[in-house]
Design a protein around this ligand. Sequence first.
Ligand SMILES: Cc1cc2nc3c(=O)[nH]c(=O)nc-3n(C[C@H](O)[C@H](O)[C@H](O)COP(=O)(O)OP(=O)(O)OC[C@H]3O[C@@H](n4cnc5c(N)ncnc54)[C@H](O)[C@@H]3O)c2cc1C
Length: 623
Amino acid sequence: MPQFDNPAADSSRMFSLVIYPLAAPLHLPSQKPTFNMPDSQATGPHFSAPVLAAVVGVAIPTYLLLKRVFRRHIVFTSTVLADIPTLGRPAAHKKHGTVIICGGSFAGLLTARVCADHFERVIIVEPEAWALSDEAVIGPVESGVREVVKDGLSYNTYTHKRARIPQYTSIHGYQALVMEVLPQLFPNIRERARERKIPTAASDMHLFLNGRLLRYPYEEVAKSGKPAPENIFCSRRALESLIRSLVKEHAPNVEYVNGTVADLKLDEKRGTIRAASVRLLGEEAHTKEIACDMLVDCTGNTQAGLKWLARVLPAAAAERLANIRQEYDPNINYSTMEWPAPPRFDENLRKIDAGFRISADGSPQRVDLAKEAWFFGYGPTAASGDFRMIFGGRRENGGIVFAGGGWDSDLPVTSEQLRVFAQAMKQDRPVPKYFFDIMDLLEEVDDKAVCYEAKIRSCSRVLYETVGDVLPSNFVALGDATMRLNPRAGEGVTKCSMGVTTLDGVLRRHARGPQDAKFGATFFKLLASRTQGVWDGARLADYGYDTTTPVKGETHKTGGFIRWYTSVIARVAERDRAVGWTLWNSAMFLAPGLDILAPSIVFKVLWEAVFPTKVSPTAPYLL
Ligand SMILES: Cc1cc2nc3c(=O)[nH]c(=O)nc-3n(C[C@H](O)[C@H](O)[C@H](O)COP(=O)(O)OP(=O)(O)OC[C@H]3O[C@@H](n4cnc5c(N)ncnc54)[C@H](O)[C@@H]3O)c2cc1C
């Protein structure tokens, strides 16, 4: 009989194996030796002062070193921060060859900018002719408005030419990480944004989680001596157009082809992609093979790479590909409402009481809404028992954008409906009065309001990292082509930024680039470890709502602990500055998500769970 067949013996042995090394040092001074020793030594070990000093002298630096190594490992594997400093620098030796980027939206444009630093030839293939036009670079990006009649009400919605991007006119917000990545790729982005009347400012989103404020840490940032994390405040269409123009400016050699990538051609001997079969559109409509050394799938929600690979890979590999896509239905709806700024808007905003905040020097500072780029984000946690959220702020050209919706939510499409919606929200604190005050100011331009209704019934993640051994080494995918998130937290552009920063880092660390047999597998493994937290965070929060249909094999109970923990930490973060600072950095992707599980934070969360703090009904801005 093998030694460990008896489960009891097995577990007791395992117990002592685990416990002994932990407990042993604690017992050392009084431990009686169990083997024969001369009496003089049997009373227990004696350590002379020099020996103790030497042990401490080695142990403490070793501990600190290991802690540092561990921290660096966590930062490297769960964030893109380590790859940011070199991002945007032309590689010393360009890899010979051509990259084909399938799709010319956020992921495709940023990938093109990164690849221009590493490859001789970069080609974007994009089916939408308009997306390649001068108008898409310069604007206007809307072609007009049309009337929508719904339930006896009518509202105007924008028309545009970006047919494949249904969310083109939906509200878009971003995290601070985006403004760490974009300036590396486009050092003059702030100047170009200013020219387009796009605000860039402190990433203060005035976020409330179940009515509890997650404050922007002005004082902590000032004390850290680092530049204050910023954000960019504009519509998706304005950001896409800005990035399009910046790619033209900083990577002028990128070529644009109006077509659809229909298939891949493999080099049978090496198993790599040798060409893309492109259906050219427009006047020269025909199919053409374009040779490449690397191919990047940036086709967004189409996730076309999965289909192309399934067609060209051997049957056994294709069979594995059939099982790597997770999908669930968050059943989320929200509507976006936009207004131009009413006359004397800033003057009137200044008069609104929006409370106080803690300023960079630690003193209380009145919030002057005239100086704020974003006004509020108000959403539930698992503890709320509510499904509604509202958020909004400024966009380009001085315009205002608000949104309201939630899980299986009704969709407010008029200002009056948005007010009623906000009043009905049931969270630890009601929506601040200043939201309604701003709505009052917008009444003056309500006849110019434009609305867009979004309904999201599918989120998905392609687990390419699990099939790295059968993928062509020169195939890469990023952006929505690998993961489509519930958009309510606005993490799509952040995720594209994480993808391109990871690609840049992997290209710098692999001298042979995609010709290295492990290139693609290494990229997907690292991308997965850096973005899994985004997928888990969004998906598991969605499982807190009965109206969500989970991924096959998961249930509404999956992730229950995370939902509970998040709802409690939101309460702690409001009053405990250290916890707030940690949570804020994680939420902005400026620190590992794991940081919120540091022992001191876990302790505070458990304490709050046992002894819950009361909600202060007043002055939510200064606690
Ligand atoms: C309602 C809604 C609201 C959102 N709000 C936010 C937000 O607030 N903040 C945020 O950061 N994100 C938000 N997102 C997500 C964000 O819009 C996406 O994450 C982002 O557009 C992904 O960019 P992408 O380049 O990967 O894909 P896409 O933008 O979808 O672009 C894919 C491109 O590939 C092209 N293409 C398709 N098939 C082919 C082919 N066969 N060959 C070549 N090209 C092809 C398409 O024409 C398109 O240009 C929201 C999404 C939705 C649905």
